[in-house]
Write a protein that binds this ligand. Structure first.
Ligand code: HEC
Length: 174
């Protein structure tokens, strides 16, 4: 009885070396899979929230945030400051309109989000301007909502143009 047991648990040598390779490949496989899973989550998390002008709840929240945080410079009707394309004596630009007459709609979603969160310096290091960074004052969800409200005020044609610009930028990013 004891003899048969010990015999059956003893493995032949060639199988062991085969197993060694198998474990090595399995290990590499698991390693690659973990890297893929981790980078997927890191990438997804670093993405900004969706900015959807057809989402009634998001637009409603954004309207409130716009009035509190943006209207003082960009105007209650998104009209911007007077002579917004001319630099002021201090070399800075006035706040541009966010309606169809401005150039906000020329930018993809991600860029609008980054400018609002980190200020224009997000795209030009050391840039001096009056657009504040809202990183400390608004959450990502609130920033996205304020932008969804801005978008919701655009005529359908402008909204469609910006959606194309946004889709192009996303395609290039991939
Ligand atoms: C203190 C004034 C001020 C406030 C408040 C402010 N902005 Fe601005 N914003 C500016 C100025 C000035 C610029 C132009 C910056 C430049 O080009 O130098 C600007 C530019 C922008 C741009 C870039 C537009 C483009 O066409 O390039 C976006 C987007 C923007 N603001 C969004 C917002 C949002 C959203 C809020 C509210 C959450 C907000 N801003 C609040 C002053 C302000």
């Amino acid at each position: 009885m004891v003899q048969t047991l010990s015999k059956s648990t003893r493995r032949p040598r060639p199988v062991r070396s085969k197993n060694k390779h198998l474990f090595a490949w399995l290990f590499i496989g698991i390693l690659l899979l973990s890297v893929a899973v981790i980078s997927y989550f890191v990438f997804e998390r670093s993405r900004s929230p969706r900015i959807d002008p057809t989402d009634v709840a998001q637009v409603e929240m954004g309207k409130r945030i716009y009035a509190q945080a943006c209207a003082s410079c960009h105007g209650a009707s998104l009209e911007g400051q007077a002579n917004w394309q001319r630099r002021m004596p201090n070399g800075r630009l006035p706040a541009p309109p966010h309606d169809a007459s401005g150039h906000t709609w020329h930018h993809p979603d991600e860029m609008l989000f980054q400018i609002t969160k980190y200020g224009p310096a997000a795209y030009a290091a050391g840039y001096q301007g009056d657009m504040p960074a809202f990183e400390q004052r608004l959450t990502d969800v609130e920033i996205a909502a304020s932008l969804a409200f801005i978008k919701s005020t655009w005529p359908a044609e402008i909204r469609a143009k910006q959606a194309r610009i946004d889709a192009d930028a996303r395609r290039k990013q991939r």
